[in-house]
Design a protein around this ligand. Structure first.
Ligand code: 3PY
Ligand code: MG
Length: 254
């Protein structure tokens, strides 16, 4: 059973860099690994992912030494378990708006005594039960190594941030600028002064509480995020394509 290198780095206060993929492709995950990224976010909330594809992409991430984190479509125990059992080493849970919702995400991710994730023997995450290790050893390992990230991306979540920050077992408090901009009444305008102020204040609160923060960002934004102390970063596959596609066509004279 492997250790979660990405979680260890965040705990040590070091930034980690990943790429989100919302299309079913283990090969794209492998290419991301060849670039040297720390982790991959397998996005089952948006895009066209199936649980079967997510499982193969978890395998591809492991094969290339990256941590597979899945974003489930919703914060429900049976959905979270579906990805953990298939090999996700952590979950990035969308639209967490209250303390109770954050507690529910932790409890669905962890086994006794930290939670009540459904326990079984034969799935990938237990090594299919083949090596015959103790169940107690497995649950301790899983509770220790599995990462929980909650997304604060609505006005309601921002309003409840102080309470959400008190929840034990959350490793990363993530600010989702796109949904937040919509929830604040400025869809897609993450640089609108009102949206920016809300995001800056949220980061300040998270850091003041001594907790790790996360947010997505492209190459132009990541230096400022690192400087601010954000630890959990990712960019998107379409961003890779946009940059090089534009560059190529410009070079070609279009
Ligand atoms: C958002 O910005 O809404 C996100 O969910 C980030 O991926
Ligand atoms: Mg979102």
């Amino acid at each position: 059973m492997q250790s979660n290198k990405m979680k260890a780095r965040i705990k040590a206060g070091e930034p980690v860099f990943g790429v989100s993929v919302m299309y079913p492709s283990p090969q794209i995950v492998e290419m991301i690994g060849e670039h040297g990224f720390d982790w991959v976010m397998i996005d089952c909330e948006h895009g066209s992912m199936s649980p079967e594809s997510a499982e193969l992409m978890c395998l591809a991430a492991e094969r290339r030494g990256m941590t597979p984190i899945v974003r489930p479509e919703t914060n429900r125990p049976e959905v979270l378990m579906r990805y953990l059992d298939r090999g996700a080493m952590g979950l990035q849970v969308p639209h967490v708006n209250t303390k109770d919702e954050a507690i529910a995400a932790v409890r669905a991710t962890k086994y006794y005594p930290l939670g009540d994730r459904g326990l079984a023997r034969g799935q990938r995450s237990t090594g299919f039960g083949i090596t015959g290790g103790s169940i107690a050893g497995y649950t301790e390992w899983s509770n220790r190594e599995t990462l929980v990230c909650v997304q604060i991306e609505e006005k309601e979540g921002l309003g409840n941030l102080d309470q959400i920050l008190t929840v034990d077992g959350v490793d990363v408090f993530f600010i989702g600028p796109t949904d937040l901009s919509q929830s604040l009444g400025y869809p897609g305008q993450r640089d609108h002064p009102i949206v920016k102020k809300a995001i800056d204040e949220a980061f300040a609160k998270i850091h003041k509480a001594g907790k790790a923060s996360g947010t997505p960002g492209g190459a132009d934004e990541v230096p400022a995020h690192v400087k601010l102390g954000v630890l959990y970063h990712y960019t998107h596959i379409p961003t890779f394509m946009t940059y090089y596609g534009r560059h190529f066509l410009k070079q070609a004279g279009r």
